[in-house]
Design a protein around this ligand. Sequence first.
Ligand SMILES: Cc1cc2nc3c(=O)[nH]c(=O)nc-3n(C[C@H](O)[C@H](O)[C@H](O)COP(=O)(O)OP(=O)(O)OC[C@H]3O[C@@H](n4cnc5c(N)ncnc54)[C@H](O)[C@@H]3O)c2cc1C
Length: 452
Amino acid sequence: MSTPKFRIAICGGGVGGLTLAVALSQYPDIVVDVYEAAQSFCEVGAGLGIWPRSFKVLRKLGHDLEQQLIQRCGYECTEEYVRCINHRKSDQAAGFQLFDLVTKGNQMRFHRADFHGVLLSHLSPSCTTHNAKRLQSYIQPRSRKSPIRLIFKDGSTATCDVLIGADGIKSAVRSCMMRELADVIDPRQKQSVLSCINPVWSGVTAYRTLIPAEKLRARCPNHRVFAGGITQYLGKDAFFLGYPISLGKYINIAGFTLQPDLVSTAYEADPRISRRSFQGKANNEWVGELTAEQFVEPFEDFEEDAKLLLECVEKGTLWAVHTVKTLPTTNFGRVALLGDAAHAMLPFQGAGAGLSIEDAYLLATVLGHKATTLDTVPRALAIYDKLRRPFTSDVALRSRLNGQICAFQTNVPLHKVGKTITKNWEWAWLTELDDALKEAVRLMEDSSIRIS
Ligand SMILES: Cc1cc2nc3c(=O)[nH]c(=O)nc-3n(C[C@H](O)[C@H](O)[C@H](O)COP(=O)(O)OP(=O)(O)OC[C@H]3O[C@@H](n4cnc5c(N)ncnc54)[C@H](O)[C@@H]3O)c2cc1C
């Protein structure tokens, strides 16, 4: 290979980091190293839904990758209008249908491990992966000729020309970047910048599990979750959803409780719930193991249909859902953030992974562009920030609102719930990343345009 134009280090091999590594494979003049904290690249077992907007981005990564993903889903990707999520009012003995969320194109749903496996199998030879490498900090010299120095928790170091923090909600890269920024900005803004380092508890607790589909089928062969699509069982302050994954082998269940009075308070783990360790994953203290009884507790008064599902739960995990404040920037010099590191949000639009895929593709587009050299990397990353940050901040707000509506914590009347939620969510199937990609290329090619 001829001399590479630069070496990119991706910190974090989750959905966003691996998508970036795959997307950069189309640029043979870029050398990529992925540093992952965990011993192996893996995703803990749970479902993952990808909306049409983000799935279209995955398609750009090649026909083979797309086909493998479709195979893992077990159903075709359509452009037709489909009934995607059936919403019920369920916190009463006789639940009833509230509305069907109709989307243009279907949501593609996966077991997270399957999804991860497909990305991993498409990494190019120009990409080297390193496991058990937890980044602690980095040092970015002013001169672009000097490499960025990466310092890992095990004491080892490495260098790169460009660093991308795809290291999730507790991002070490974000922490360093905000400190770098705080050192150079107006001292009056310093505290505000530093307050973006630590994630904030949202008052939301997620309950996650997979149940064997056979177990439910034995009790209730015609249960509505077998009809395909998602069913959301809504109740005051708590709701959950269920849908089949892994070619119908499991039913993924994700439940939520929302405690508005606890937003932005320090999360205090319930001592009755045992803490869980996930193969070196960063967020252990926010994760607990649930018995079946603990899992179903918030949904005890729900309708029969919901109970039938919950009776099949054997155990589950509890996640204290944290978010990241809207950042003043997602780039600084030759360093940028993507995915949860940049905009961890509430999961009520099932969008976080999809957005990290979009971030990754846009980043690969600007970094891989022929106009991007080591000298113009900061401009490329500033273009990325300009095009992505307003968009992802807006989605974060919409996601929060949808959760509040689903938990009946707003004054939206029941008959308007469907319309409000749909309007709030339709960006995920009625818009495309392509406009941002075109704009990014235009800005890259016209260096006279100032990026502010
Ligand atoms: C209950 C729930 C349901 C959800 N459902 C959906 C859904 O259906 N669809 C959807 O799109 N999104 C969903 N999300 C959101 C989605 O899971 C996240 O937004 C997504 O995983 C973010 O991807 P990421 O690559 O940015 O970060 P992560 O997936 O968190 O990956 C970060 C990686 O970095 C590694 N790492 C961390 N620190 C370091 C370090 N210092 N050095 C090196 N490596 C490090 C981690 O080990 C990890 O592998 C859901 C979230 C929740 C809580």
